[in-house]
Design a protein around this ligand. Structure first.
Ligand code: UT7
Length: 323
């Protein structure tokens, strides 16, 4: 009997209406459009409206993904939602999405791996589908990082934004066209947990806290970790920088993306970059970038797409997907 593959059926994204430009930020803290663009590539980011919560963003992205897939909510039996900014401490934001879609069967849960959350969620969903336990999964990355930013700290508040993206994955027992998730590789190293963290939490301070980051330290480790885990993906599949069609990295910093592509020998025209439009949206950044490249016709059925992310923990990971 042929093996099950997790095949991409649809993709959707959502950005909140309010757009905050670098010029707007220069009115709030001691920064400039020049500094932000040169150091990060970011030009603007979107901020959730008062009362608009992570599950609202996630639900909008999920509906768009279902429409793209031509599926009904009832066709979904698993929701894996990556977020570090849940609506509430509990229940999981994923169950609000499930209820919002009117789904009462199957399972929904959150997963927390900060900026690597989407790759972790994809790997988790892929393993559930390959095991035959579920049939169709919504893999969602959704964040409202604006709620954990210290808006007086110029070293962090200029970097992040809000947004959501969703992918519909379907278990297909058909290897004929080679589509699906080909391999995933997840890593973490908790020795670095204080390099990028939130200084509050349920069990430590009983409060939410603010994001704190030693940016230079994160930067110093990023390219090496990203390239290592991509080499793992290449070794597992026999693919390489030449055979991939698209590189869709976590959108944190244009300089990290460019340096990783150069180190791996990936041609610049294969690199999908959207960080300029939405900043670092943590777990949402990869599906937002995928959705942009899908909508403008770049990513097409049959393309080989390389994903990677690195973030707090540190956590990092890669995935290779035949679209
Ligand atoms: O998604 C999770 C992973 N996170 C990341 O990937 C972030 C990784 N880190 C980075 O992207 C970069 O380290 C940053 C963009 C955060 C910072 O860029 P950098 O080139 O590493 O700058 P730096 O931290 O070394 O700061 C250089 C200077 C400092 O001034 P002095 O000490 O040289 O006088 C900072 O105080 O830039 C100053 N600075 C700013 N100036 C204007 C820091 N933030 C700002 C700002 N506007 N917003």
């Amino acid at each position: 009997m042929s093996a099950i593959r997790s095949v991409v059926r649809g993709l959707g994204a959502y950005l909140p209406g309010r757009c905050l430009t670098n010029a707007d930020l220069a009115q709030m803290v001691d920064t400039s459009d020049d500094w932000i663009v040169q150091r990060t590539g970011i030009r603007e980011r979107h901020i959730a409206a008062e009362g608009e919560v992570t599950s609202d963003l996630a639900l909008a992205a999920a509906k768009a993904a279902l429409a793209d897939a031509g599926l009904e909510p009832g066709d979904i039996d698993l929701i894996v939602l990556a977020t570090s900014t849940p609506d509430n401490t509990f229940p999981a934001t994923a169950v609000s999405v499930q209820a919002g879609l009117g789904i009462t069967h199957g399972a929904a849960f959150d997963l927390q791996a900060v900026c690597s959350g989407f790759v972790y969620a994809l790997a988790t969903a892929d393993n559930f589908l390959k095991s035959g336990q579920y049939r169709r999964c919504l893999v969602i990355g959704a964040e409202t990082f604006s709620r954990i930013l210290d808006w007086s700290d110029r070293t962090t508040c200029v970097l992040f934004g809000d947004g959501a993206g969703a992918l519909v994955l379907e278990a297909v027992r058909d290897e004929a066209d080679g589509r699906g998730v080909l391999t995933t590789h997840l890593r973490s190293d908790g020795r670095f947990k204080n390099k990028l963290f939130v200084d509050g939490g349920v069990s430590s301070t009983r409060s939410v806290g603010y994001l704190r980051m030693e940016g230079r330290e994160v930067f110093r480790h990023a390219v090496g970790m990203i390239t290592d885990v991509i080499v793992d993906a290449f070794e597992a599949t026999g693919e390489d920088a030449e055979t991939i069609d698209w590189f869709v990295p976590h959108q944190a910093n244009r300089r990290i993306i460019d340096a990783s592509a150069v180190k791996l020998g990936i041609a610049p025209e294969k690199v999908v970059i959207t960080v300029d439009r939405h900043g670092n949206t943590s777990a949402a950044s990869i599906p937002l970038a995928l959705a942009a490249a899908h909508a403008d016709g770049r990513i097409k059925r049959g393309d080989l797409v390389l994903l990677e992310a690195m973030g707090g923990g540190f956590t990092w990971g890669s995935a290779l997907v035949r679209w």
